[in-house]
Ligand binder design. Structure first.
Ligand SMILES: *Cc1c(COP(=O)(O)O)cnc(C)c1O
Length: 356
């Protein structure tokens, strides 16, 4: 078997421990005589899986009792419509700090009055607006932010202090460090970066925010319907939920979110330290807004960027090409990327710099 260091922004690496366990349990899950993919979502065996996964997520993230945990489909992108359909009554505030928050802002406009809280467009989304720069409309029901900007490699270094609930897209940073859930009205995340394979979206919503949605809301986009049915209104993404359970067990084994945060800070530090000291490569995001999960950087010229990406691929590092919106390079170093992968990449970059 040959595994490479995969720096993909998503779907991305899963821990080897999880892949091995899934492989071992694939054909006969705990004596059931079938795989998790093949069993009824209403069976006793499966009920234990989904119940256990939710309990582990609640425990590891410290999700308070007054929050629902929903296992949904449609990706984080479906939440761009689901959030306003369910939460927008009078108006909503959206901070645009990159591609996904821009998409969410645009989608919400279909469902009501939407106010632009702040935008990072003028500085090419290289930094997150400060608290002073956030202007909230008087009648907004919530403020939507994208906590970690996967494409631009920036992260909100603070939780906005506002009088309305904060709704955060945490697709690319959930489970990477401890988070005070009680400071958010809602958190949602597509699974394929830090949780599980694509196909599962986790939504964590304060129960009092789940009220009558807008009248046009399709049944499948109604949080209340999914909450009442305990994520079993229809067939949930069964296998992804099972893998999330295994990922959570793996996180528990390495010290939970404080354990993984320490590893992640060190990992990102290795790469940023090198970038800060390199006379060849330059980090793109502002220092105060840097992401611990997605590191964007560039070489002196576009041609050098291309040569570097080509050389990394030949050396067994994959997916270091930046998103087409930014260009240059991006190393996504989610939870499952081992420290060794980042160390090896930095060694490679040092050699590349020396020979340039
Ligand atoms: C990947 C990503 C999305 C899109 O997720 P889908 O599951 O593909 O819809 C949205 N927001 C953020 C922050 C992401 O990283």
């Amino acid at each position: 078997m040959h595994r490479i260091y995969n720096f993909s922004a998503g779907p991305s690496m899963l821990p080897m421990e999880v892949l091995n366990r899934a492989a071992a349990e694939m054909c006969d899950y705990k004596g059931s005589g079938m795989s998790v993919m093949e069993m009824s979502h209403r069976s006793k065996v499966y009920d234990a899986i989904i119940t256990d996964t939710e309990a582990r997520l609640r425990s590891i993230m410290g999700i308070p009792e007054n929050y629902e945990v929903l296992f949904l489909q449609g990706g984080a992108s479906q939440q761009f419509a689901m959030v306003p359909l369910n939460l927008l009554k009078n108006g909503a505030d959206y901070a645009v700090t990159g591609e996904f928050s821009g998409k969410a802002y645009k989608e919400a406009q279909k469902f009501g009055k939407v106010h632009l809280t702040a935008t990072g467009e003028a500085n090419h989304f290289t930094r997150i607006p400060s608290q002073d720069e956030l202007v909230i409309a008087a009648d907004s029901d919530y403020l939507h932010i994208c906590a970690n900007n996967t494409i631009y490699g920036t992260t909100w270094p603070y939780i906005p202090q506002v009088d309305i609930p904060v709704v955060a897209d945490m697709s690319s940073c959930i489970l990477s460090e401890p988070v005070d859930v009680s400071r958010y009205g809602m958190i949602y995340a597509g699974a394929q970066k830090n949780m599980a394979p694509a196909g599962l979206t986790v939504a964590i919503i304060r129960k009092d925010l789940i009220t009558e949605p807008q009248p046009i809301t399709p049944t499948m986009l109604n949080y209340g319907v999914h909450a009442k049915a305990k994520s079993m209104y229809n067939t949930p993404p069964c296998y992804q939920i099972y893998i999330l359970g295994l990922v959570l067990e793996w996180l528990e084994s390495i010290g939970g979110l404080t354990g993984i945060e320490k590893i992640n800070r060190n990992k990102a530090g290795i790469l940023y330290d090198y970038l800060d000291n390199s006379s060849y490569f330059t980090p793109i995001a502002d220092k105060g807004s840097r992401s611990m999960m997605n590191v964007t950087f560039k070489a002196p010229t576009v041609e050098a960027d291309e040569a570097f990406v080509k050389a990394t691929a030949a050396a067994g590092f994959s997916n270091l090409k930046g998103h087409r919106a930014v260009g240059h390079m991006r190393a996504s170093i989610y939870n499952a990327m081992p420290t060794e992968g980042v160390e090896k990449l930095v060694e490679f970059m040092k050699d590349f710099e020396k020979n340039a």
